[in-house]
Design a protein around this ligand. Structure first.
Ligand SMILES: [Zn+2]
Ligand SMILES: [Zn+2]
Length: 277
C-alpha cells in the first residue's frame, strides 16, 4: 500500500530541530511512498519573535533533497498556516507569492488565546474550552468554504480538527470531544462543501491519549456525511516519529468505509486507494 505522511516538521519550523535529510531517510526506511513537510507559518503577532520560517532556505532544502532522494520517494513542500481571522488577508497574499505542494490550515488559538498555553485555561473547564475551540474551527472552515466557493482551492487540508483534547488532557486531566458532535458535524459538512480535506493526525497516540485527532467516531461521521477520502500525518517534530501511527489511521479509514487517501502534489489532489491493491 502506498502511504504518505503529510504532516511533519523540521528545523524550518520554530518548534523542531529535526534535520530534513534525516526525515527523508526515516521515511524511506519506513517504506513510505512520500512525505510532505508542513513547516509552521506563524500568523499571530505574539508568535513572530519565535517564527523561523524562511521560504528561500526551506525551498533550497527541498530542492536539494529531491535531487538526492527524488527517485526513491516523493518529497512534498507544504506549509501549516495558523488560522488567525484578523490576519487572513496577509495569509492569502503570502500564499499567492509562494509555491507549495500542499497548504494546511490549522487552528491553534481559540479567540485571542493560544490553546497550548496553560495560563489561558485558568477559568475554563473541559466542556467550555472544548466548545470554544470547536466554534473557532467551525469559523475557520466557514471562512474556507466562502473563499473556495468559486471552485479554486486555497487551502487543501484542515489540520487536527479536535486539537483541543491534547490540552484538556494535559492541563485538566481529561478529554471529551463527543459533547461537541453538533459543531463537529458542521465542520465536516463545511469541509466537504469546500473541498477541504480533513486529516487524521496521529501525534496524540505518542502523547498519552488513547485516540488520534480526530477519533474514529468522527471519521465514521465524515463518511456518513459523504466524505470519501482523508489525509494522514504523524505531525512528527523529530525524525524517528515520521510515519508513526499511520497504519492505525489507515485501519480507521477502512473501518469507517473511507477507501482513499488524498495526496497533494503541486496542489493537485491525487487519490490513493487504501485496499492494499
Ligand atoms: Zn498544528
Ligand atoms: Zn504540525
Amino acid at each position: 500500500m502506498d502511504l504518505y505522511d503529510q504532516h511533519l516538521h523540521s528545523k524550518h519550523s520554530f518548534d523542531s530541530k529535526a534535520d530534513p535529510r534525516e526525515n527523508v531517510e526515516a521515511a524511506i526506511e519506513r517504506g513510505l511512498s512520500g512525505l510532505t513537510f508542513t513547516e509552521h507559518y506563524d500568523v499571530n503577532p505574539d508568535d513572530w519573535k519565535s517564527c523561523v520560517y524562511d521560504d528561500v532556505a526551506y525551498s533550497e532544502a527541498i530542492e536539494g533533497l529531491r535531487g538526492e532522494y527524488g527517485d526513491a520517494i516523493f518529497i512534498g513542500k507544504g506549509v501549516e498556516i495558523c488560522y488567525q481571522p484578523r490576519r487572513m488577508a496577509h495569509v492569502l497574499e503570502f500564499l499567492s507569492e509562494h509555491r507549495f505542494d500542499m497548504v494546511m490550515l490549522s487552528v491553534h488559538y481559540f479567540g485571542e488565546d493560544a490553546v497550548h498555553r496553560r495560563a489561558n485555561w485558568a477559568s475554563l473547564d473541559v466542556a467550555e474550552g472544548t466548545r470554544r475551540y470547536f466554534a473557532h474551527v467551525l469559523e475557520a472552515a466557514r471562512f474556507v468554504q466562502e473563499l473556495q466557493g468559486g471552485g479554486k482551492r486555497v487551502f487543501d487540508v484542515l489540520g487536527h480538527l479536535d486539537l483541543v483534547k491534547r490540552y484538556t488532557q494535559r492541563f485538566l486531566g481529561e478529554h471529551d470531544v463527543d459533547a461537541c458532535a453538533d459543531l463537529r458535524d458542521e465542520i465536516l459538512r463545511c469541509c466537504i462543501a469546500a473541498d477541504l480535506t480533513p486529516e487524521i493526525n496521529t501525534s496524540t497516540l505518542r502523547q498519552g491519549l488513547d485516540e488520534t485527532m480526530p477519533n474514529l467516531a468522527t471519521v465514521r461521521r465524515y463518511a456518513e456525511l459523504g466524505g470519501e477520502a482523508m489525509s494522514v500525518g504523524s505531525d512528527a517534530h523529530v525524525s524517528r516519529a515520521i510515519g508513526e501511527g499511520l497504519d492505525e489511521a489507515v485501519s480507521m479509514l477502512l473501518d469507517a468505509g473511507v477507501g482513499d487517501l488524498v495526496v497533494f502534489k503541486g496542489r493537485e489532489r491525487v487519490l490513493v486507494r487504501l485496499d492494499g491493491g
